[in-house]
Design a protein around this ligand. Sequence first.
Ligand code: PLP
Length: 417
Amino acid sequence: MKTIIEHFSDGRLTSAYFSLQAESMTSHIMPTYGRLPVTFERGSGVWLWDTDNKRYLDALAGIAVCNLGHAHPAVHRAICKQSETLVHTSNVYGIAAQESLADRLIDKSGMDNVFFSNSGAEANEAAIKLARLYGHQRHIENPAIIVMEKSFHGRTLATLSATGNPKVQQGFAPLVEGFVRVPYNDIDAIEQAIGQHGNIVAILVEPVQGEGGVNIPASDYLNRIRNLCDQYNLLMMLDEIQTGIGRTGKFLAYQHNSIVPDVCTLAKALGNGVPIGACLAHGKAAQLFSAGSHGSTFGGNPLACSAALAVLATLDHENLIEQVEQKGTAIHDGFAKQLGDNPHVVDIRHKGLMIGIELDAPCAELVKSALQQGLLINVTSEKTIRLLPPLIIDDQQINQLVETLSALIQEHTRLCL
Ligand SMILES: Cc1ncc(COP(=O)(O)O)c(C=O)c1O
């Protein structure tokens, strides 16, 4: 078994490695991912190139991660500059970049303080711990959190227990207790659950469900949850890991509703690919953690925070968030025009640049046919094509995306459905 992977001095893997891949060598990576038969070597803006130098339009951005596109010069510069002086120090010391990033996030969100993690699941773990502390403070012995059907909150034990997808939970019993599940976009169900269970302390919800199928709730859904949380003294906890950092046309999706939650979690696009997550708290929720109640070795280290600071600065300098709604609408309208007559297209929906095209039958094969055409897409919840393009996508690239994918969908529905 040939396992030696040499590096050139500029850090690029040798082509020998890629030819080994082509020979389908045995991988020593645990098989947790159903991987597509492609390996990318480099990227620029919305484009990726594979090891055969074939170019792809990336309409997924690493699943809502590379909102500024690939190899953005500002992020590149920030990482290089920071790594010249300090990549990491422990959280037992002050970290200047972490303080600056917390200031910027508070400024942009209206929240009060931040805990930094390395991923979305960890940010949600922090939120779940805050809810438990809040419950115990209120002398509730077994505090429970209301969570939604079809939700996705991560793969750690607590977050997969919160997730509303049996496939994610299968084989991992016993699950973490303390979650009460209700249908998404159903305020009456939430109110009923609060009445039935005397131990509810928080509601955890995505402003738009991503993995669940790009499910967009009623426009006043979050306002009504805010009201219920105020009425029953619960924490309103928003998982903005996919919707945050400009994806829906506001820096955070709750800003469409002019409310402030008690807890909000971020990750994905915060570092544009450099791993960083954040759990933001407001008001009473901001007073719950104390020294020793939570922690992370890497969370908020100088390298990750420098990348995130560059992301936030670039979003502002390039006015990217202001353009999201117009771009999302252009994509939506383009598909509506091309696919409006197709009886197998059940719905085309979007919130900013979070776009879902729902078909009337499972369509996962479309991912492979799009790949062959040099287009990266995703199918979630079996029947919904999900698009999460970088926010920098331009008009010409939007046209290419709409034309290529519409043709693929027409062909797919003609041949397969
Ligand atoms: C809404 C939401 N929450 C949490 C997560 C988990 O984030 P991570 O994979 O960084 O742990 C995801 C990832 O897809 C997500 O979309």
